[in-house]
Ligand binder design. Structure first.
Ligand code: NAD
Length: 519
């Protein structure tokens, strides 16, 4: 059955424990340029995190449907790879415009399904759109190299697409992270199958519709849904040559192993624990504002959230003011005006964050701001809210330090010197991002030279690189070695062919073959 993705399916009999008499909007698949209703019997409910009301049901895509997606992507690759690069550029130019025009629509879907504030959701769309804008420069980005080796010999390189690629996405950036993947992949001439997070697929469905409107041919971009079985299919299917994954450590390590064992390229961005070092010479107001924003924005559900503060020396004295700033942040549903902190993605996530806060208290940390059970308007009493929380006197043995909390919880540690701060951060297994706040150029330089993290901010709390650079997390925050977007992203989605040609003008008039390695 072909359906528009906004229609409901009144005859649906969901397998999950949901009132079967009630009809819900379902989220379709997008295969071969059509929005199609899955014939599955297994449906996954998506709830609005602000009130836990059901938003949509998404299908566990059936094996036949997954196969259809892979076959259609493989078939589409045959012609898409031959398309003119100017055609692809034109489509991307139109796509970025459509995304810009539909920012509000995408952002509303994000706030409804993911929970983040509407203003933050618009930022999610913007940061993704910037990757599309960068991909519009594909005509320059794909330029190869050429060298006239001698009078009659040339060597040149061509960057060619790989074939069918797959993207497996997390819940926390429902627009930005799919946009890290498919625009660059298809710009390079690949086709793609995207699996958005089963918790918030709506933004990707709108993006698929916009891609279709922009002229992406049928089969070039496909969207499938589901959880582990869908992921297993993407790791195993013979047509799929490369997998882009962003998400948790557990899923990422599994996908990296399974995908690479099957001979595929896999780039996997995993979890994080990002430290901010506060030097006593920093600009106090700027630092405290940035800290509170980066720790509690998006309810701490960003891989680049600054979730750990390391106060150096007397910078510790700023803690009470930090607490005051955190208290001022308004916790509520993401559509409310002036809201700062929305809900967590699920009841399980809320329970986990609350348990980690409690573990900190039990292991000796000081709870200087307790955001558990925040007061929210009555229409959100069933939502998954935790307000800004600050634990001080935290040590590296505590669970609240060792685990990625992924909630609005800031853990604070104290050291005496910058060297101790660097040592502490380098001992943490993660290497996604870090920041230093200081007015000393030499301290900043010393820090950037000696810290082992992929993305470093100097007086910038969330240094996510713009798309002309790449997202360069390192150590336990990444599996695989080719980063997302920018030059690395293009490298990931292409393989290089190197052609050496000899066009000799004179006739060859001897008959003895040369058997030595040509030099
Ligand atoms: P997640 O791992 O639960 O889900 C990500 C994807 O993996 C989903 O599509 C899901 O269906 C699939 N998946 C989940 N469990 C699986 C399993 N056992 N086997 C196979 N597939 C599985 O991650 P999440 O909770 O959606 O996202 C939050 C995590 O993502 C955090 O750890 C965060 O740090 C990380 N993240 C990292 C970056 C980065 O660039 N480093 C960016 C965003 C998010």
């Amino acid at each position: 059955i072909n359906r528009s993705f906004s229609t409901s399916h009144p005859s649906l009999q969901p397998a999950s424990p949901i009132d079967p008499l009630k009809s819900f909007r379902t989220t379709p698949l997008f295969i071969n340029g059509k929005f199609v209703e899955s014939i599955t019997n297994n449906w996954i409910p998506v709830h609005n995190p602000a009130n836990n009301e059901l938003v949509t049901l998404i299908p566990e895509t059936t094996p036949q449907e997954l196969n259809d997606a892979a076959e259609t992507a493989a078939e589409a690759f045959k012609s898409w790879r031959k398309s003119s690069i100017l055609t692809r550029q034109r489509i991307l130019l139109d796509l970025q415009l459509l995304i810009r025009e539909n920012t509000d629509k995408i952002a509303k879907s994000i706030t409804e399904e993911q929970g983040k504030t509407l203003a933050d959701a618009k930022g999610d769309v913007l940061r993704g759109r910037q990757v599309v804008e960068h991909a519009c420069g594909i005509t320059n980005l794909l330029l190869g190299e050429q060298l006239a080796v001698s009078n009659d010999m040339d060597t040149y390189t061509i960057r060619e697409p790989l074939g069918v690629t797959a993207g497996i996405c997390p819940f926390n950036f429902p627009a930005m992270i799919p946009l890290w993947m498919f625009p660059l992949s298809i710009a390079a001439g690949n086709t793609m199958i995207i699996k958005p997070s089963e918790r918030d697929p709506g933004a990707m469905m709108i993006l698929a519709q916009l891609a279709k409107e922009a002229g992406v041919p049928d089969g070039v971009l496909n969207v499938v849904h589901g959880s582990v079985e869908t992921v297993n299919f993407l790791c195993d299917n013979e047509h799929i040559k490369a997998i882009s994954f962003v998400g948790s450590d557990k899923a990422g390590k599994y996908i990296h192993k399974r995908g690479t064992l099957n001979g595929k390229r896999v780039q996997a961005n995993l979890g994080a624990k990002n430290h901010g070092v506060i030097m006593p010479d920093a600009n106090k107001n700027h630092t405290l504002n940035q800290l509170a924003g980066a720790a509690f924005g998006a309810a701490g559900q960003r891989c680049m959230a600054l979730s750990t503060v390391v106060f150096v020396g007397e910078a510790e004295e700023w803690l009470p003011e930090l607490v005051e700033r955190a208290k001022k942040l308004k916790v509520s549903g993401g559509f409310e005006p002036d809201v700062d902190v929305g809900p967590l993605i699920s009841r399980e996530a809320k329970g986990r964050v609350e348990r980690l806060i409690q573990s900190g208290v039990e292991q000796g940390a000081k709870l200087v701001l307790d955001g558990r059970n925040p007061s929210v308007p009555k229409e959100y009493k069933n939502g998954n809210f935790v307000g800004p929380t600050i634990l001080s006197k935290v040590t590296t043995e505590m669970d609240c330090y060792k685990e990625e909390i992924f909630g609005p919880v800031l853990v604070c540690l104290n050291v005496d010197t910058l060297d101790e701060a660097i040592d502490l951060i380098n001992k943490n297994p993660y290497g996604n991002g870090t920041a230093i706040f200081t007015n000393s150029g030499s301290n900043a330089r010393y820090f950037t030279n000696n810290i082992e993290a992929g993305q470093i901010g100097v007086n910038v709390p969330i240094p996510v690189p713009l798309p002309m650079f790449s997202f360069t997390g390192n150590r336990a925050s990444i599996q695989g070695d080719i980063n997302f977007y920018g030059k690395s992203g293009l490298q990931f989605y292409t393989q290089t062919k190197t052609v050496t040609s000899l066009w000799r003008h004179e006739d060859v008039n001897h008959t003895k073959s040369a058997v030595n390695m040509p030099t």
